[in-house]
Ligand binder design. Structure first.
Ligand SMILES: Cc1cc2nc3c(=O)[nH]c(=O)nc-3n(C[C@H](O)[C@H](O)[C@H](O)COP(=O)(O)OP(=O)(O)OC[C@H]3O[C@@H](n4cnc5c(N)ncnc54)[C@H](O)[C@@H]3O)c2cc1C
Length: 550
């Protein structure tokens, strides 16, 4: 993943398929198409996974709520989603075991009949799982067993039901897809925005016009814009899909109905467990909320709010903090206040509009749309869990159009970093590079079998073995690696997505920004002025997040 090389190839080569958008959908399509032998280019407006794909609840699931809805509303189409989700859960966990793992989830109940209701529901959920699945089955826990797993829970609970789903590091999973696509031959480029199309005499797309957002000179002149010629363009821009659809054909009606969801981060001591999540089965607005351990903190979310015309980055707001803390409070003994909030983030669900009024009733399934007038393909809707199925359907359609006969092979394709990965690999890493246990474990989880290439950098410069923030396992070598190997171009690319410090702790992120900007400046040859601008821009952004919850 070398941005200069990608820019050069993009300008000098011709492609079978141009994919617009580098989230889960676009990255999944790029890998699938490259493995089938297509010449693919993937372009992303900001950074890979910068939008929804780094802002999810990070669950790989069939959706217990869909199961409930299926029976409560006799809407048995939802069962198909549960089944697909559970099948894909197995694939997501298997193809990148360093980035995705089983997660225990506990649903506390306050009476035995409530316990019976969830026990039956989760027993059914187990039945829908794939036969290949190795996740433990669900079970009813006594109050003592529940408090043993989650010591922070209230004494008022009666008992709880335990079940398993998958959890992934969403941004790094997306990056692993992009890396794997690049290794399979795709040209990948971040910070490059499609701003329009050129059409042939029949009105069909033949060229995408791009703005390189890291090159101010190119922004000024339309002559210096980048152009990609391809017989086929695939729109994978998630919640922003309508904008690209209209660039291709202004007459197309809107299809997307984005819905905002937020999460906030609390100290893990609130539930008291480093590895067991809490599921709150019913909020006042009829949804579920999760409190999930994520990289040493507790992630609480989410919400569901219709946002018809989202223009700015969705951020966590004070009212949303109040709502989420009030929802969690009856379940835990600690008194919750907004002073506990360490960080937070908002994302937009790429929901396809349906006739129903509320967003939680909108279709969550995916669709491959073809516009016969412009020739644009769009992959709409879906969720992280089913990214591979979505990609398979979209690339099947692309191959049909291009008259290429090549089957999908992603079901059994190990992603970058998962080759010969062993969960115990951190031990030899710690020994060989003299790393603290938590750092070695973190490197093994983030980079899988490629962790040694990060750890090895500490031999080149002992300062690179230093932590970026006290109490967290991220080290300076990772910044260097992110720039050299993972196409990180800004401090936010590093701290929000290559490492997840921004997601975990805003104050620690602010403290780390100067060091990260200095390390990046040395790698990328930034002037002192550029380094300062980069650090200040990011600092202002984090401060604005802090102010939004005041
Ligand atoms: C709060 C929340 C919680 C969720 N939790 C879960 C969960 O637990 N499990 C689950 O399975 N799913 C979950 N999801 C859904 C899942 O995150 C999304 O379905 C998925 O990430 C969407 O990926 P995408 O690639 O379609 O969209 P995105 O990730 O938004 O990617 C689209 C990309 O296109 C780029 N782009 C836009 N315009 C242009 C342009 N003109 N040129 C170039 N690039 C462009 C954007 O910058 C963006 O990076 C959740 C979603 C939300 C919001």
């Amino acid at each position: 993943m070398d941005r200069k090389k990608s820019l050069h190839r993009l300008q000098t080569e011709t492609f079978d398929l141009c994919i617009i958008g580098g989230g889960a959908s676009g990255a999944g399509c790029a890998l699938d198409a490259a493995l089938r032998g297509l010449k693919v280019v993937l372009v992303e407006k900001t950074d890979f996974a910068a939008e929804t794909s780094s802002k999810s609840t990070k669950l790989i699931h069939g959706g217990v709520r869909y199961l409930e809805q299926a029976f409560k509303k006799f809407d048995f189409a939802q069962l198909r989603q549960v089944r697909h989700g559970l099948e894909e859960r197995h694939t997501v966990l298997t193809n990148a075991p360093h980035l995705a793992r089983p997660l225990a989830l506990v649903t506390p109940v306050f009476s035995w009949w409530e316990g019976l209701y969830f026990r039956i529901g989760l027993w059914l959920y187990d039945r829908f799982a794939s036969d290949r699945d190795k996740l433990p089955g669900s079970r009813w826990l006594s109050k003592a067993e529940t408090k043993h797993l989650l010591p922070g829970l209230t004494d008022r609970l009666h008992s709880a039901v335990l079940y398993y789903d998958g959890q992934l590091d969403d941004a790094r999973y997306c990056l692993a897809l992009v890396q794997s696509a690049a290794e399979a031959g795709a040209v990948v480029l971040n910070h490059a925005e499609v701003t329009g199309f050129e059409k042939n005499d029949e009105g069909r797309l033949q060229t995408a016009v791009l703005r390189d957002r890291l090159s101010p000179n190119l922004q000024q002149s339309s002559h210096s814009a980048l152009h990609i010629r391809a017989p086929l363009f695939l729109n994978c821009t998630g919640p922003g899909a309508d904008t690209v659809r209209r660039m291709a054909n202004p007459d197309l009606p809107d299809r997307m109905r984005p819905s905002k969801g937020v999460h906030l981060l609390l100290p893990q001591s609130v539930t008291g467990s480093p590895d067991t999540a809490l599921l709150i089965p019913k909020t006042p607005d009829g949804r579920v909320v999760f409190a999930i351990p994520f990289q040493g903190e507790l992630m609480l979310g989410t919400t569901d709010q219709d946002v018809p015309n989202p223009e700015q980055e969705p951020v966590l707001m004070a009212a949303e903090v109040r709502f989420l803390l009030e929802t969690l409070q009856p379940y835990v003994s600690q008194i919750l206040s907004k002073n506990l909030v360490k960080a937070g983030f908002g994302g937009l669900r790429p929901l396809i509009a349906a006739s129903k009024k509320h967003t939680k009733g909108l279709l969550r399934d995916h669709e491959v749309e073809y516009d016969p007038e412009s020739g644009l393909f769009s992959l709409l809707g879906g969720k992280w869990t089913t990214y591979r199925l979505m990609a398979r359907d979209a690339v099947d359609a692309a191959c049909g159009f291009l008259d290429i006969n090549a089957p999908c092979t992603t079901a059994n394709h190990p992603l970058a970093g998962s080759e010969n990965f062993s969960p115990e690999a951190w031990r030899s890493l710690a020994e060989q590079y003299h790393l603290a246990t938590d750092i070695a474990q973190h490197l093994a989880r983030n980079y899988g079998s490629r962790a040694a290439s990060v750890a090895g950098l500490t031999g080149q410069n002992p300062e690179w073995a230093l932590r970026l923030a006290p109490g967290y396992s991220f080290i300076r070598a990772e910044v260097v690696h992110a720039v050299r190997e993972e196409m990180a171009c800004t401090p936010r690319d590093v701290l929000a997505r290559r490492l997840r410090l921004e997601v975990l702790n805003w104050q620690a992120t602010l403290d780390a920004v100067p060091v990260v900007a200095a390390l990046m400046a040395a790698e990328l040859g930034w002037s002192a002025r550029e380094q300062q601008v980069q650090a200040e821009t990011y600092t202002r952004q984090i401060i604005s997040f802090q102010q939004a919850i005041k």
